[in-house]
Design a protein around this ligand. Structure first.
Ligand code: ZN
Length: 343
């Protein structure tokens, strides 16, 4: 499936220059700074993405790795509330990034699949000469993304992107493409909270009537995924980019302190309005995918810890998750027997 991107804004088109028969966005000449939130899903990353994206000069884009899939599927909403394929913000960015060109979504999705095969991932982690067979795919992958993110920075007059894709291999791919200044923010959350969030049914509005709930995943699968994704986030993050690990629970307990620390880690001199009082005035963010509740909240958004899992995650599920993820829980300093909140 292809989509034609005709320039939407002339002033953005003017920032491109001819280069060997193609075009190159000026900003893409320098490496684009991107803070990649890595780890497993349901860690509160959408909220943190949007808090960081409320700092001047920073743009929150949500799980932008999935953009081609979302545009091809025509079945999901952007954080602004519009169907993804109708969002004017993304249409303008795509038009500026790929003036008069078509993106073949199927080709790009297949390219990413090749780069994420187990053999390719081993090469990506090893780096150096092991990257040689992947060179062409990495170049094409990085260039497409660099043009898109460059156009977004231009559009917003911003200096850095925050992406909450989480899937650790995305940060790895961007880092290995050589076109990005990637900072890996490994977000960790208690495995029982993640298990509860992932195993409960949650309304997930879609453009069509099909699939009105997010996919539900079993307790055992989620425990395995929590361990594997966190391990991969740590290995790939430490090997390929400046790496910072933050616990969701620490962030929401002291949002001002952790926001300042993360922004400093990303090399961004800015602060988030309202963060000292843990109440952030949020504009609409055009975040892709992400938690359907957190992505669309706007106005004054209060940052509070979500502890529903302590009361509502069934005891048996809690025990199974604790046993299966015990090494990671201890590594990340979580108690094996969490305290019940007082009624
Ligand atoms: Zn939008």
């Amino acid at each position: 499936m292809k989509r034609d991107y005709t320039p939407a804004r002339k002033n953005l088109v003017a920032t491109t220059l001819p280069l060997s028969g193609s075009t190159l966005i000026l900003r893409a000449v320098t490496r684009i700074r991107i803070l990649c939130i890595t780890g497993v899903g349901r860690t509160g990353s959408t909220l943190i993405d949007r808090v960081l994206g409320s700092a001047p000069g920073v743009v929150a884009v949500g799980e932008s790795r999935a953009l081609w899939v979302r545009l091809r599927g025509r079945n999901s909403f952007c954080g602004c509330g519009e169907p993804q394929h109708d969002c004017g913000w993304w249409t303008a960015a795509l038009g500026a990034a790929f003036p008069g060109q078509e993106i073949d979504f199927d080709t790009e999705i297949a390219r990413e699949r090749r780069l994420m095969s187990p053999k390719s991932v081993a090469r990506l982690i090893a780096g150096g000469r092991w990257l040689r067979p992947l060179r062409e795919d990495l170049r094409a992958y990085g260039e497409l993304r660099a043009r898109l993110y460059g156009a977004i920075l231009e559009q917003e007059g911003a200096r850095a992107i925050v992406d909450s894709t989480k899937f650790p291999l995305y940060a790895l791919l961007l880092a290995r493409s050589g076109k990005f200044d990637v900072r890996a923010l490994h977000l960790v959350r208690d495995s029982r909270a993640v298990g509860y969030a992932r195993t409960k049914l949650r309304a997930n509005p879609k453009v069509t009537d099909a699939a009105t709930t997010q996919m539900r995943v079993g307790v055992t699968t989620m425990a395995w995924r929590w361990t594997a994704y966190n391990a991969l986030a740590e290995v790939s993050g430490r090997r390929t980019a400046p790496y910072l690990r933050v616990r969701y629970e620490d962030f929401v307990a002291e949002p001002a302190r952790w926001t300042a620390r993360v922004l400093a880690f990303a090399g961004i001199e800015a602060s988030v309005p309202g963060i000292e009082a843990a109440v952030v005035p949020m504009a609409r963010h055009h975040v892709v995918g992400s938690n359907p509740v957190a992505r669309e909240a706007s106005g004054l958004v209060r940052i509070v810890a979500d502890t529903a899992w302590l009361r509502e995650f069934p005891r048996r599920s809690k025990v199974v998750t604790t046993i299966l993820t015990a090494p990671g829980l201890l590594q990340y300093r979580y108690p094996l027997r969490p305290r019940q909140p007082r009624p």
